[in-house]
Design a protein around this ligand. Structure first.
Ligand code: DQA
Length: 142
């Protein structure tokens, strides 16, 4: 697998600022540069949107842009978005759902994921390490 999309949903552009007790103090840029350093043979392309439509547009674009797998943190849309679940089901590439926090150790509303049944698998609770584990999972799969 040569090209993986790291896709982040709402409020993940605020990592480092946002609830550091839950999400830590590193930014998404810190995470992405560490990831790229770790996986040197793979092109990791990053995209973030605070809107559901922006995420759907980027996912749909994987049909024609050479992306072979997607690591997706849908943020709060995880728990609400049938539109994202439908979109993931229409793709040709595997999608791994990730969460920085352990969503099952948090409020009950976060225990439900509408997108998980459409994804290859789910990784939750390993801090920014969740992204690294998700890339590993995609590479194992390839
Ligand atoms: C999150 C967990 C979600 O419940 C929350 O809405 C987020 C971040 C995580 O990475 O832990 O925005 O996806």
């Amino acid at each position: 697998m040569k090209k993986i999309l790291i896709l982040n949903g709402p409020n993940l552009n605020f990592l480092g600022i946002r609830e550091p007790g839950i999400y830590g103090s590193d930014t998404m840029d810190d995470c992405l540069s560490k990831l790229q350093e770790h996986f040197q043979g793979v092109t990791l392309e990053a995209f973030q949107s605070n809107s559901e439509g922006g995420l759907i547009d980027r996912l749909q674009a994987t049909i024609a842009d050479g992306t072979e797998g997607v690591v997706f943190n849908a943020g709060a849309y995880t728990h609400t978005s049938l539109a994202l679940a439908d979109c993931i089901r229409s793709l040709r590439v595997p999608v791994v759902e990730v969460h920085i926090s352990n969503v099952y150790a948090r409020e009950e509303i976060r225990h439900r994921s509408l997108i998980a049944p459409a994804c290859k698998g789910v990784i939750s609770g390993f801090g920014l390490g969740s992204y690294r584990l998700a890339v590993e999972a995609l590479l194992m799969e390839a």
